[in-house]
Design a protein around this ligand. Sequence first.
Ligand SMILES: Cc1ncc(COP(=O)(O)O)c(C=O)c1O
Length: 392
Amino acid sequence: MTEPQSRHSGARLTPERLSALRDEFPILGRKTYLNSCSLGPLSRRAETRLGEFLELWHEMGASAWYEHWLQRLDDLRLKVSDFLGADREEIALSPSTSVALSSIAESVDWKARPRVVTTELDFPTLGYQFAVKPGVELVVLPSEDGVTVRPDQFREAVDERTAILATSHVFFTTGARQDLAALAGIARDAGALSLIDGYQGAGQVALDVRASGVDAYTTGPLKWLCGGPGLAYLYVRRERIEELEPRITSWFATRNPFEFDLAGFAFRDDARRFEMGTPALPTVHTALGGQEILDGVGMEVVEARNRTLTQHLTDGLEQAGFGVRMASEPEARTAIVMVRHPGPAMAVASLAQEGIIVDHRPGHVRVSPHFYNTEEELDRFVDALARVPPSD
Ligand SMILES: Cc1ncc(COP(=O)(O)O)c(C=O)c1O
């Protein structure tokens, strides 16, 4: 299937286009799949890329590295950098978000600045990077409304002793989106580094990392980018790269990895100095497939479509009498929708029996539609949820 490039073609998917896109994802024909913030669906395109990888493995074994696979790593770095609004030199491949975060955490002079400011709404792996470091003072900002954290709270907490302002682009618990430019400015004014966990951001909301001014941004193919588990991406702003020398490293981080020279270690000049060894090649291939689909649709279209779907979903939930935990300002809302529920685990299990895949978090059923979902699927979910007995 060849995907027309629609980055600049207006924020709309025609019914024919939507139907062709849905055909790319077999699970959509089998289930009502509304859990993209946990795991994006596998596409035929990603499966084809994976098949090509497996065939080369059969055919060429290790020689495929030099003739094909090193190039695939470059292809992915380039696609990801274009997608995020970065230069290729600013992107590193990493085994997981946790590893990407830890290579930044291991690049900082903690004696000079021992403080990190994060929030209680961030995915815990972010705070863990600092909580395990002796002598690091972790400031965890509370959420006053249970949905987001005000930029002013960061401004008050980030001071001249702060090394890193570390928080999410979109909170995994509430779907609330933060203002990256504001966060970057707060960190910059204090001489601190801004480190953004963008796992729930890139792929569902349009993004230009360089324009945002953030210093480091992590994301990966697992969720909204429909590329599978086993890989993450780390963006580091060019101006920051050289001052960051991580104390965890690998042969991929050195200028001449194929010289196998212990004494001659020298950090690369680009973001690949943060790479941590051989990336998961099967995921490199599935990630390329997923990325091609997202690039073909274009983030303008994805974001507009997700806004429409989210509005439809929250309207339906409201009519059915369900409460939703979400940001008060519409522009801060995203396609992660938390539905208040007295027995979320049982509700999710009961919906799964009807072929509806969603997730749960304490006190909530979590629903996350993506551009390929339809209004009918959302209605089916709301109807089915309304039929679930209201307790565990
Ligand atoms: C916002 C966020 N950050 C980090 C992670 C975990 O990333 P990893 O397992 O790649 O370290 C998740 C996983 O769901 C997440 O939602």
